[in-house]
Design a protein around this ligand. Structure first.
Ligand code: NAD
Length: 304
């Protein structure tokens, strides 16, 4: 018995890198997998059925079940079609893994409108569009059966979005949005039996090879950055082994698995009368506990 026997899974951006490992992991666990990938460049240009088809062939060569999908998940129609393909081909949908992504790094003062729009579209809209149609499918299924659907979504955020990496205003804004959207979806879909969590992965792929490839040279460090580590966290979140875990962000990679918490109050001033600029300024030591506030630390140190 595999952990995912009889389950139907969609993995977006599964033609390469982390998504490919996730698709292989689900198929090896007994799931039927829709392998989505537009097959474009690292920066998002172009399309090619090759990467998705190649992963499907790898899965089938191992005796697994998979079908390729090349829809652009950054469109409503792409999100609708990918869910429809899972239902028509494999008879339903149990797990959605939102993973597809691109990078167009630039310092804010040099960023073009196209660089901003394309990254926000692929990540933020590209997570929401499949989730929106999967949610509608599960809501209807739950209404029809009167039962909980026991489904899962795992979204892909990033330390860049959680801590704010210079040179990635577009990407970090989208990834922070994905972390927040994960909590919203978890709240909305819990009533139908859908759990929604996110990961913040760290892995050596074509997205990061120029950032990390040069600084990671020993074999143990490379193994800790293998995308298979990330697939393990996704597999846990997408399985019943993580029952009760909802609306969380799990950082995984580099030999570390952490729960990362979002924005929350860390200090406060209280006032019975309206605040003024002066009264807030007078409370600065209380707000910052007498330490130098500075910019919050960026926890992942990568030379850029
Ligand atoms: N590698 C890391 O360390 C790291 C760190 C933080 C976050 N992430 C995130 O993990 C995810 C996977 O990244 P990766 O490192 O495996 O990169 P990757 O480039 O190897 O794989 C991403 C895949 O997404 C596909 N894709 C891009 N736009 C698409 C679209 N519109 N529709 C369908 N498919 C599309 C690409 O063709 C590509 O095959 C991304 O969301 C990325 O932002 C990765």
């Amino acid at each position: 018995m595999g952990l995912f026997d009889g389950k139907v899974v969609i993995v977006t951006g599964a033609g390469r890198g982390i998504g490919r490992e996730e698709a292989l992991m689900f198929a090896r666990g007994g799931a039927s997998v829709i392998v989505n990938d537009l097959g474009g460049a690292r920066t998002g240009e172009g399309s090619d059925v090759g990467p998705a088809q190649q992963v499907v062939e790898e899965i089938m060569a191992e005796g697994g079940k998979a079908q390729a999908n090349t829809d652009d998940i950054a469109t409503w129609v792409g999100g609708e079609q990918i869910v429809a393909q899972a239902v028509e081909t494999f008879g339903g949908l149990d797990i959605l893994i939102n993973n597809a992504g691109i990078l167009r790094d630039k310092m804010s003062f040099n960023m073009t409108e196209e660089e901003w729009d394309s990254v926000i579209a692929v990540h933020l809209k590209g997570h929401f569009a499949p989730a929106r149609f999967a949610a509608a499918y599960w809501r209807q299924k739950s209404k029809d059966s009167g039962e909980s659907v026991n489904a899962k979504i795992v979204n892909t955020s990033s330390e860049s979005g959680l801590y704010g990496n210079a040179g990635q205003a577009n990407y970090a804004a989208a990834k922070a949005g994905i972390a927040s959207m994960t909590i919203v979806l978890a709240r909305e879909l819990e009533r139908f039996g859908v759990r929604v969590n996110a990961i913040a992965p760290v892995a050596l792929t074509r997205l990061t090879e120029d950032l990390m490839g040069g600084v990671v040279d020993d074999t143990a460090a490379k193994a800790s950055l293998d995308p298979a580590n990330v697939a393990a966290a996704v597999g846990w979140l997408a399985s019943d082994l993580s029952d009760g875990v909802n609306g969380q962000v799990v950082k995984i990679g580099g030999g570390v698995c952490q729960i990362v918490e979002g924005w929350r109050p860390v200090s406060e001033l209280k006032s019975d009368v309206p605040f003024t600029i002066e009264s807030i300024a007078a409370g600065r030591e209380t707000l910052f506990k007498a330490s130098d506030p500075g910019i919050p630390p960026f926890l992942l140190q990568i030379e850029r």
